[in-house]
Design a protein around this ligand. Structure first.
Ligand code: SF4
Length: 311
C-alpha cells in the first residue's frame, strides 16, 4: 500500500501560537490557567494541556477571580473581552492574528456606514466572535442561494468579509452571487481565507488526484478539516475525516493500492504518525510525501509572554 502524505498538512502558525501561549502561560504563571473554549478544535491538544493544568471553560464567569484567562485562537466577541475586563481578569489573547485582521476589516467597513455580509458557518466560534466584534448590522450567509433572501437597508452601502477556514471555491461562488445582486459591494475577495487553509486545500486536491482513498485527520468540529474532506471527495475519491488512528475502518481501504493522508490545521503531527503506524499494522506500506508549499509563517507572542518567547 502506498501511503502518500499531503504537503502542507497539520498545524498552522495560528494554532502553533495558541498552543504555545497556553504552554508559556503555564510555565510563567503556574497552573491553573483558564482557557475560554477549546484553545483549538482538537481533543488531543485540549487533553494534553488539561493534564498540564489548563482548565477549559465555556463562560468568563466560570473563571475564579484573579485567574489568568486565555481567549482561544478563534477569537471572541467584544462583550466577552469587556466582561473579562470588568471582572479584572488578567487576559492573554490567543486569537489568531489572521482572525483579528478580519475583525478589524469588518469594523472598518462598518464604520464607513456599510452593512456587512459575513460569509461563514453559523455557530462556529470564529463566526460568533466576528459577529460580536462589529458594531452595526451583520448578515450571515453561507451559500449563494441565501443571497436572494438578504434584506439590506441600502444595496449601495454593503461590504462582505469571510470566515478564515472556508472552501475557496465555494466562497468564490457566494461572492459572485453577491456581486451579481449588489454590483457595488466591496470586500477582500477570497483573501480572508487564510494562507494555511488555502495551502491545505490545494494540497488535498493534488493528493486526491493520485490516490484511491483520502483520510483527513481532524476533529469533527474543525471547519478547515471538514473542508479538506469535502474537497478531496469532490475530486471523486472516497474521503473520511477521522479524529485519530483508532477511528480508521479497514473496510474503507478494500481494493485500494494508494491511500492519501492530510490533516487539518489543528491536528498534531503525532496523530498522523499514529495513523501511519496503524496502516502499517494492516498493510505492507511505503510512505511518500508530495512536494508542496513550504510554510514559514510565524506569529509573534502576545506582549505578556514576549520576553519568554525571545529567551
Ligand atoms: S487556520 Fe488560519 S486563521 Fe485559523 S488559526 Fe490557522 S492560520 Fe489562523
Amino acid at each position: 500500500m502506498r501511503v502518500v502524505l499531503a504537503q502542507p498538512r497539520g498545524f498552522c502558525a495560528g494554532v502553533e501560537r495558541a498552543i504555545e501561549i497556553v504552554e508559556r502561560a503555564l510555565e510563567k504563571f503556574g497552573p491553573p490557567i483558564y482557557v475560554r473554549h477549546e484553545i483549538v478544535h482538537n481533543r488531543h491538544v485540549v487533553e494534553r494541556l488539561r493534564a498540564k493544568g489548563a482548565h477549559f471553560v465555556d463562560e468568563i464567569d466560570e473563571v475564579p477571580p484573579g485567574s489568568v484567562t486565555i481567549f482561544s485562537a478563534h477569537g471572541v466577541a467584544s462583550a466577552i473581552e469587556e466582561r473579562a475586563s470588568a471582572r479584572g481578569l488578567p487576559v492573554i489573547d490567543a486569537t489568531c492574528p489572521l482572525v483579528s485582521k478580519v475583525h478589524s476589516e469588518g469594523q472598518r467597513y462598518a464604520s464607513q456606514g456599510r452593512e456587512i455580509v459575513l460569509i461563514g458557518h453559523a455557530g462556529h466560534p470564529e463566526i460568533v466572535g466576528t459577529m460580536g466584534r462589529i458594531t452595526g448590522r451583520v448578515h450571515l450567509i453561507s451559500t449563494p442561494d441565501e443571497v436572494d433572501g438578504l434584506k439590506v437597508s441600502d444595496p449601495n452601502r454593503l461590504a462582505f468579509i469571510t470566515q478564515t477556514t472556508l472552501s475557496v471555491d465555494d466562497t468564490r461562488a457566494v461572492i459572485e452571487a453577491l456581486k451579481d445582486r449588489f454590483p457595488t459591494i466591496i470586500g477582500p475577495d477570497t483573501k480572508d481565507i487564510c494562507y494555511a487553509t488555502q495551502n491545505r486545500q490545494r494540497a488535498a486536491r493534488d493528493l486526491a488526484g493520485i490516490v484511491d482513498v483520502v483520510l483527513v485527520v481532524g476533529a469533527p468540529n474543525s471547519s478547515n478539516s471538514n473542508r479538506l474532506r469535502e474537497i478531496a471527495a469532490e475530486s471523486g475519491v472516497p474521503s473520511y475525516l477521522i479524529e485519530d488512528a483508532a477511528a480508521l475502518d479497514r473496510r474503507w481501504l478494500e481494493g485500494a493500492s494508494a491511500v492519501g493522508i492530510t490533516a487539518g490545521a489543528s491536528a498534531p503531527a503525532e496523530l498522523v504518525e499514529a495513523l501511519i503506524g496503524r496502516l502499517g499494522d494492516f498493510f505492507d506500506i511505503e510512505v511518500e510525501e508530495l512536494s508542496g508549499v513550504t510554510e514559514n509563517v510565524r506569529f509573534r507572542m502576545p506582549a505578556q509572554l514576549a520576553e519568554e518567547a525571545a529567551g
